[in-house]
Design a protein around this ligand. Sequence first.
Ligand SMILES: Nc1ncnc2c1ncn2[C@@H]1O[C@H](COP(=O)(O)OP(=O)(O)O)[C@@H](O)[C@H]1O
Ligand SMILES: N[C@@H](CCC(=O)OP(=O)(O)O)C(=O)O
Length: 365
Amino acid sequence: MADLHWKRIVVKVGSALIAPHKQGCSSHYLLGIAQFIANCRANGCEVVLVSSGSVAAGWHRFNGIDTPSVSVKKAMAAAGQADMMATWDKLFDFPTAQLLVTHGDLRNRERYISIKNTIFSLLEHGLLPIINENDAVTTDKLKVGDNDNLSAMVAAAADADALIICSDVKGLYTKNPNIHDDAKLIKQVSDINDNIYSMAGGATSDVGTGGMRTKIEAAEKAISHGIETVIVNGFDGDTFTQLLKGQNPGTLFTPFEHPMQEHLHWMTHTSQAQGELIVENDFDGNLDQHTPLTSDDVVAVTGNFSVGDTVLVRKGDGTKLAKARSNYSSCLLNFIAEQEDRDFANDVQQKTGAIISDKNIAILE
Ligand SMILES: Nc1ncnc2c1ncn2[C@@H]1O[C@H](COP(=O)(O)OP(=O)(O)O)[C@@H](O)[C@H]1O
Ligand SMILES: N[C@@H](CCC(=O)OP(=O)(O)O)C(=O)O
């Protein structure tokens, strides 16, 4: 890391920093982070904040509940979100803006572009976007589920240079430091492999989601987009002094020298394939060269996807050909495939158009 050379960063703040004892929000740990954000902005670096903490902030409103059900957690999020925003807002002398998103929004290309445009518009006008998952309304099928992965998706959408994940530990240790006294901090990771994942355990607090595992997943998403990623201890004020000096106070994940193309990154790491189109092993069409894929090429369809969802196109032998946006639902594709009358099947395709659109395809090497 050289000195503060970033032009745009995403800062992700975990629940324990916002409502440390589940007794409502506290600005105690947020002051240092807010000062860091203000300093970055003063140095010409735009900042997007991904803030957890709505559940933790709303917890004390539900007297006596130690182990809330999913629906009570959603209610806690609804109760705590405004409080969390107000706590942040008080700490800045520039305006903030709230964006609540779900995976259902991010995996839809039009809505993703809309979110991206809103972020850019806010930054252009000097506001600080504060983003969280819309926990109160989302469902299992439509949620990201943790703000580490969400922050990496936001960092990709915002085209950030760096993602800073502020947690309650200094970074990635060889094992969970809250359980093992002999755990050692890893200062730099240049290859996220199974060994790195095997070190990362889950969360030990009841408001944290995902623990270190989701932070590694986030780092993997971000570095493949060319985004430098650092996990740091948000409790320690010195963390931010070091970051401003361009030093690494935690664990640094080095970005890919050759990031993935934007579309492929979105399809792989944000939208994620909701199903598969399996083609013949001898399929030799050029999917990105306007060679339309027809239902005659497709031997099987897996998963349950809707129009506009991302699918993986692969051969029966497992060779991955492309990720693409499907213009057909899995239901319609299965219906067409089952038709013995091929003229009818072709007629449906003539009227509906190509199964996958050549504008929304990422060829896999
Ligand atoms: N190898 C590891 N290194 C560091 N922390 C780990 C590791 N494995 C598991 N953890 C746990 O991950 C926690 C941080 O994740 P989490 O509780 O989700 O925090 P946050 O709210 O900041 O997202 C740590 O407090 C620790 O208990
Ligand atoms: N969206 C949730 C936070 C989910 C989450 O990932 O929490 P954390 O592990 O503390 O970053 C909330 O606002 O409570």
